[in-house]
Write a protein that binds this ligand. Structure first.
Ligand code: AR6
Length: 173
């Protein structure tokens, strides 16, 4: 296993100066609320322009849950935004593999770009209602398991509660 350095940050991912930041997008790639809205607002219109280009070319049917794709990052400090689509939480179906795949696919894309550092939000734990304890465990396990991608992986948590839950998960795993 590689020596990935995992760190936790309490704050706003749009202010993170990692080479790549990950967006918890939806399949349309055309923007939304939560972290997606914040990234498009802070990064400016060129990110949406890139997303529209992807939709018109390689992603005509949208980006499926569990996949990831990169665009430029407009006015952000990061060089790239990696857009991924988390699964919506389900009480009846286990969609954990899709959530893990968001992390591993994003790391694969980051690796292909040559990014040395990548920052993740807690994918699916907002509008998509994934319980943050489970989301944190899956996130950290997926990053630990991954043998490609940046060595410097940051989780940028937007609330003290999410930060505490991720801290516990790092300690337990
Ligand atoms: N920096 C870091 N984390 C943030 C920020 C921020 N600026 N803003 C919110 N979060 P969500 P999802 C946290 O809802 O659950 C969008 O409309 C937030 O507190 O952004 O994957 C998309 O277009 C939560 O912990 O993403 C999709 O339709 C985490 O980011 C849908 O929401 C994820 O919350 C995706 O839902």
């Amino acid at each position: 296993m590689r020596n990935t350095r995992i760190s936790l940050v309490l704050g706003d991912i749009t202010e993170e100066d990692a080479d790549a930041i990950v967006n918890a997008a939806n399949s349309t790639l055309l923007g939304g609320g939560g972290v997606d809205g914040a990234i498009h607002r802070a990064g400016g219109p060129s990110i949406l322009r890139d997303c529209k280009q992807l939709r018109a070319s390689t992603l005509k049917d949208g980006l499926p849950a569990g996949s990831a794709v990169a665009t430029t990052a407009g006015n952000l400090a990061a060089r790239w935004v990696i857009h991924t689509v988390g699964p919506v939480w389900s009480d009846t179906e286990d969609r954990s593999r899709l959530l893990s795949s968001c992390y591993t696919e994003s790391l694969r894309v980051a690796d292909a770009l040559g990014a040395a550092s990548v920052a993740f939000p807690a994918i699916s734990t907002g509008v998509y209602r994934w319980p943050v304890e489970d989301g944190a465990r899956l996130a950290i396990e997926a990053v630990r398991r991954c043998d490609s991608g940046p060595i410097d992986v940051r989780f940028v948590l937007f609330s003290q509660r999410a930060y505490d839950v991720f801290s516990n998960a790092v300690r337990e795993i």
